[in-house]
Design a protein around this ligand. Structure first.
Ligand code: NAP
Ligand code: MG
Length: 399
């Protein structure tokens, strides 16, 4: 068979531990036999990050801006224990944080649905994708304790003019919190959400609490509405999808009753909480993909889970593990599909779709990794637990 050709390289960001092992197996068993894979390789494994003073992370993000599509393996974010384990020069920052800062992106998390593994909410037939604003609000807030006295909010403009608002006149002990956001960050978030919805051809919901937070959440609502009317309305109509703003309370109620197939844009805290609820409700973290989308339409695909350290230590002892590679496979297929779409390579996009189908079919026919066995329920099929490599080979057979 002639291999499928690529024209532009994918930015390949290698990573750590068990996911680094799986990374190579996915390429060897599922991709390279069929695709003449073109990548610009960056080793984001902790050893190389330490060796290059973390420059490799920055370079990989810059390459992503240049080429437009990246695929990333899970990486260790060092902590005190990793400092000694890897004998590090410094406690390097989270690579995802560094990449996000350079790409100015929004994170979208989507569950992978398989027949046989049912979401806890039976009406959900299609994925619900959470778009979480990853800047500001309570995550960059100032808070403090108060005794008796007056708490005030003071804003000083560039010319030194002050506006003072009373927060509360305390007659007893209490607490205050002040938070902020910037219009630029909210605009980036909004554009990333509109671009993602267009790319996925799914309707977009944005929710906040503007009935109570009239100025703060009202500003989010207005920015979304203005950008929609001025830049996206026509594109949405052409794609046959719509944009809806609704109160967070209403959104939560509607999500539970929905069939899925929605991109749900959430403010920072709402997104933090709701994405954990959705991951669990859909089944498993090992079946959750994540993509960082910049406002200029640059894409970085990855699995939502980490480097699966516990399995890696077993692997190092020579034990065979049954680590689930599905989210990492889907990171690759997401990136290959996007590359195919941008470069007009139908064969490449088609191959990526086929690989996704083969992966799902393998599980649906009862062959899966250990984490899924207890979740799987389908009449007439008794699930069989495979090792990671056996599972990848079972997928290859079905491509
Ligand atoms: P984790 O790697 O996601 O693993 C937590 C547990 O979840 C595992 O021990 C395993 O449970 C289960 N699990 C996760 N992915 C799985 C898979 N593909 N197949 C089967 N089971 C899976 O999280 P962590 O242990 O908290 O973090 C490990 C390292 O990953 C840390 O150094 C952290 O910095 C890094 N991390 C990186 C990213 C990223 O790069 N995006 C994200 C999160 C964490 P059992 O042990 O019960 O089998
Ligand atoms: Mg959370």
């Amino acid at each position: 068979m002639e291999k499928i050709k690529m024209t532009t390289p994918l930015v390949e960001m290698d990573g750590d531990e068990m996911t680094r092992i799986i990374w190579k197996w996915i390429k060897d068993i599922l991709i390279c036999p069929y695709v003449d894979l073109k990548t610009e390789y960056y080793d984001l494994g902790l050893v190389e990050r330490d060796k290059t003073d973390d420059l490799v992370t920055e370079e990989s993000a810059k390459a992503t801006l240049k080429y437009g599509v990246a695929v990333k393996c899970a990486t260790i974010t060092p902590n005190v224990q990793r400092m000694s384990e890897y004998n590090l020069k410094k406690m390097w920052k989270s690579p995802n944080g560094t990449i996000r800062a350079i790409l100015d992106g929004t994170v979208f998390r989507a569950p992978i649905l398989v027949d046989g593994i049912s979401p806890y909410i039976p009406t959900w037939k299609s994925p619900i994708i959470i778009a979480r604003h990853a800047y500001g609000d309570i995550y960059k807030a100032v808070d403090g304790v108060c005794g008796k006295g007056k708490a005030e909010l003071v804003y000083t403009d560039q010319n030194g003019n002050k506006t003072t608002q009373t927060i509360f006149d305390f007659n007893e002990d209490g607490i205050v919190l002040a938070m902020h956001n910037t219009n630029r960050s909210i605009q980036s978030f909004a554009r990333a959400c509109f671009n993602y919805a267009l790319s996925a051809k799914l309707p977009l919901w944005f929710s906040s609490k503007d009935t109570i937070s009239k100025v703060y959440d009202g500003n989010f609502k207005k920015i979304f509405e203005d950008i929609y009317q001025n830049e996206y309305k026509q594109k949405f109509e052409e794609a046959g999808i719509d944009y809806m703003y609704t109160l967070i309370d209403d959104a939560v109620a509607r999500i539970v009753k929905s069939e899925g197939g929605i991109v749900w844009a959430c403010k920072n805290y709402d997104g933090d909480v709701m994405s954990d609820m959705l991951a669990t409700a859909f089944g498993s973290l090992a079946m959750m993909t994540s993509v960082l989308v910049s406002p200029t339409g640059v894409y970085e695909y990855e699995a939502a889970h980490g480097t699966v350290t516990r399995h890696y230590y077993k692997h190092l002892k020579g034990e065979i593990t049954s680590t689930n590679p599905v989210a990492t496979i889907f990171a690759w297929t997401g990136a290959l599909k996007k590359r195919g779409e941008i470069d007009g390579l139908q064969d490449l996009a088609y191959f990526a779709q086929r690989l996704e189908k083969a992966t799902l079919k393998t599980i649906e026919e009862g062959e899966m990794t250990g984490d899924l066995v207890s979740l799987f329920k389908k009449d007439g099929i008794t699930p069989v637990k495979l090792s990671t490599k056996e599972f990848l080979e079972a997928i290859a057979k079905r491509i």
